[in-house]
Design a protein around this ligand. Structure first.
Ligand SMILES: NC(=O)c1ccc[n+]([C@@H]2O[C@H](COP(=O)([O-])OP(=O)(O)OC[C@H]3O[C@@H](n4cnc5c(N)ncnc54)[C@H](OP(=O)(O)O)[C@@H]3O)[C@@H](O)[C@H]2O)c1
Length: 380
């Protein structure tokens, strides 16, 4: 029985993590739940899973939740302190990071320093502070397994070998809702259109990132940082069927790929049960290869989707630049979702801010957090 903490339990990944836990009650016990503001869903989750600790980041909502749970065995905490307590809770063994954004970095560091094994979907901390996280996980001897379907695919293809031995790592992308849009059509793209992803049902931020291809840019950096390879080795191919989740090419020309249905419970469960493989969670359909008539691949168009180029540039600049790229993107996506900027303003404004940034090389945690703040304050 593995005791788990789900950090970001009310979001798309968090809810799917709990569905996996429910499918395997003998393997997983939910000790901790943490969310941002959704007290209603957290309340339901607490009633279902009876965790020892639950954190609701927003204090007012947490106090209201506490009132509703009087007499329950679950202790409620809130704010930065509460979130750190949830991430490092003594009785959990595995922390599943399902939060969104760079704000996951500090609780992630706390979880590592508390010796928790980590299953992570929250990619932004790996983008902004990958080297730091890698060295901390080595120091504290924790196992880290990715949940993101592309990184999970690479992790599975690499089993037993070092990423440095691979000739190429190929990340696949469905291409998002605007794969066939012209530049002019992109400049007029609406929030509704951008939120209509053709393959995956995900949170709002990552859905917009998928439409701009910033999600792929973040994954290029995440892959380079997590597997400790140069971003030049990491390529992106558009694969609209989203069946091949990513590939590794070896120097003898052989390619290994991981295939599966588009259901995040698959990589979530693998990361939770690693190194074991458990039977598929309830309700996951089998992959019927005979029903897939073709698997197609094409190169992404960096002219129409400049975010991809910005990702490679940020990683090449190194140091604090990925933190600036990421923070500028978080603000830009928020502005787009709130109707303040257009779809094509997103890469334009990120690029503008990156050109103003003075990179700090080999940054400390404080340098990274400072660059993140600088980007948010100077975004215009
Ligand atoms: N969704 C996918 O299929 C998918 C696939 C691959 C990778 N990812 C990555 O996984 C991460 C999560 O994505 P998502 O789509 O699940 O996002 P989401 O649906 O927006 O969920 C985000 C979660 O984070 C919580 N949260 C926000 N601020 C918090 C805070 N200060 N303290 C504690 N919890 C907080 C939210 O709580 P409230 O709702 O209560 O505010 C929610 O539970 C992202 O980094 C994304 O890039 C997602």
């Amino acid at each position: 029985m593995k005791r788990i903490a789900v950090i970001g339990s009310t979001g798309s990944i968090g809810v799917n993590t709990l569905r996996v836990a429910e499918s395997h009650p003998k393997q997983f016990r939910v000790e901790v739940l943490a969310a941002g503001r959704n007290g209603k869903l957290l309340f339901d989750q607490i009633r279902r899973f009876q965790p020892s600790l639950a954190c609701l980041y927003d204090r007012e909502s947490a106090e209201a939740l506490s009132g509703k749970l009087r007499g329950s065995r679950t202790r409620i905490v809130w704010g930065d302190k509460g979130l750190r307590e949830a991430a490092g809770f003594s009785r959990s063994e595995l922390a599943v990071f399902a939060m969104v954004g760079a704000k996951g970095l500090v609780p992630l560091v706390t979880a590592i320093q508390s010796g928790k094994d980590i299953a992570f979907a929250n990619k932004e901390p790996f983008v902004i502070a990958g080297e730091l996280i890698r060295s901390l996980s080595g120091k504290y001897g924790v196992t880290m397994v990715p949940i993101d379907s592309e990184l999970s695919a690479i992790f599975q293809c690499l089993q037993g070998r070092k990423a440095g031995e691979a000739k190429r790592i190929i990340l696949t992308s469905s291409g998002g809702p605007f794969r066939k849009f012209s530049k002019t059509a992109l400049s007029k793209a609406t929030v509704r259109e951008a939120l209509r992803h053709p393959r995956w049902k995900m949170g709002r931020k990552i859905t917009i990132d998928s439409a701009t291809l910033m999600n792929k840019a973040l994954e290029v950096i995440e892959t380079a940082n997590f597997f400790d390879v140069s971003a030049e080795k990491v390529e992106v191919l558009i694969h609209p069927e989203a069946i091949v989740h990513s590939l590794v090419e070896w120097r003898d020309g052989s390619h290994l790929a991981q295939l599966g249905v588009t259901d995040m419970r698959l990589p979530i469960q693998y990361a939770m049960s690693y190194p074991e493989r458990l039977p598929a969670a309830d309700g996951i359909p089998p992959l019927r290869l005979e029903k897939i008539r073709a698997l197609s691949f094409e190169k992404p168009d960096r002219g129409r989707f400049p975010c991809l180029r910005l990702g490679y540039e940020a990683q090449k600049a190194g140091g604090t630049m990925p933190a600036v790229l990421n923070a500028a993107n978080e603000v830009a996506v928020d502005c787009f979702l709130n109707g303040k900027i257009s779809f094509t303003d997103i890469p334009r404004k990120i690029g503008k801010l990156m050109r103003r940034h003075r990179v700090v090389t080999s940054p400390s945690l404080e340098d990274v957090l400072h660059a993140d703040r600088w980007a948010r304050e100077n975004f215009s």
